[in-house]
Design a protein around this ligand. Sequence first.
Ligand code: NAD
Ligand code: TDX
Length: 339
Amino acid sequence: MTLIVTGGAGFIGSNFIFYMRKAHPEDRIVCLDKLTYAGNLSTLAPVMDDPNFRFVKLDICDRAGVFALFEEEKPDVVVNFAAESHVDRSIEDPGIFLQTNILGTATMMDACRTFGNVRYHQVSTDEVYGDLPLDRPDLFFTEETPIHTSSPYSSSKAGADLLVQAYHRTYDLPITISRCSNNYGPYHFPEKLIPLMIANCLNNKPLPVYGEGLNVRDWLYVEDHCKAIDLIVRKGRIGEVYNVGGHNEMRNIDIVKLIIKELGKDESLITYVTDRKGHDLRYAIDPTKIHNELGWLPETKFQDGIKKTIQWYLDNKAWWEEIISGEYQNYYEKMYGNR
Ligand code: NAD
Ligand code: TDX
């Protein structure tokens, strides 16, 4: 079959493409990506010459371009990863988040229903559920937890989810939605916590921990997430939402200390900085549904995954040094310069 994978030059999308080439080499993958600051064509170098792979530089909001691509490729499945994904950027400038995350999703689904009711999968986030209190470790997000967002980013993702469900109900579009927790692993853009801390540590730069570093995230190794999406696309029930995550909760400060230790640096690098506005306290996924229905469980233990990830950043310095030497410097100065 032919899959259109949007946002495949970013972190999770590229890992998904690599996973799918291995797991289903017979499938054709067409990667559609605008190549924003977060997209990196060099990441896809290993698959560029694969006859079953094609890269197309395109904005998911470009209706004419998207429709022409559907006409040409006649996809069986669309997996939509393309999004503005960084919470801090959404706090600075929400507009592009509404544009890409909501209108782009609608454009992709309009193409799906115009060209034969194409199977559509939306990659969403646990952030649509808002946050959980730190003193109630017994509470988890289930698929029934009400949508209750905190940031412009999570609100735009929630808006997209509602539209996806509306297209299913109104037009009978065959959709599924996955809501996963924080991913980590290779090709993670260095604006996000784990790669930022690894890069700063290696450059002996201060490690900016928001607030007191007590916020909790539920970490998922990116390949485990890719396997879950593959399963949902092939075997998930149409119209359903699946939470993806796996009881891997960590406080930010403990992650930072672990990275420092693994890299043999000193905790004096830690710098507590002004907290993120509206900072979500804790995310924690209950993955019972995807486990019971599709047999999925995360396979990578955090202790192993974080070691593999750190090793990847050590082995692939050129990839992230190229990124942080460019426009990223201005971003970093703006976000952290006076914090
Ligand atoms: P990322 O920022 O690393 O990559 C996003 C990709 O989308 C980039 O390649 C970028 O060029 C592309 N893109 C952005 N706007 C586009 C547009 N208008 N048209 C076409 N392409 C566009 O993001 P990521 O971390 O890989 O996240 C992928 C998806 O997973 C997003 O939908 C995000 O909301 C969701 N998600 C991410 C996480 C996480 O921990 N990273 C967790 C839960 C959900
Ligand atoms: O410099 C930092 N210092 C810091 O303390 C950064 C960048 C982050 N943090 C904290 C904020 C969060 O509590 O670390 C935690 C993780 O931050 P991010 O890496 O920005 O991720 P988060 O805000 O949790 O969102 C991520 O997971 C859900 C992804 O970026 C989203 O796309 C996804 O939907």
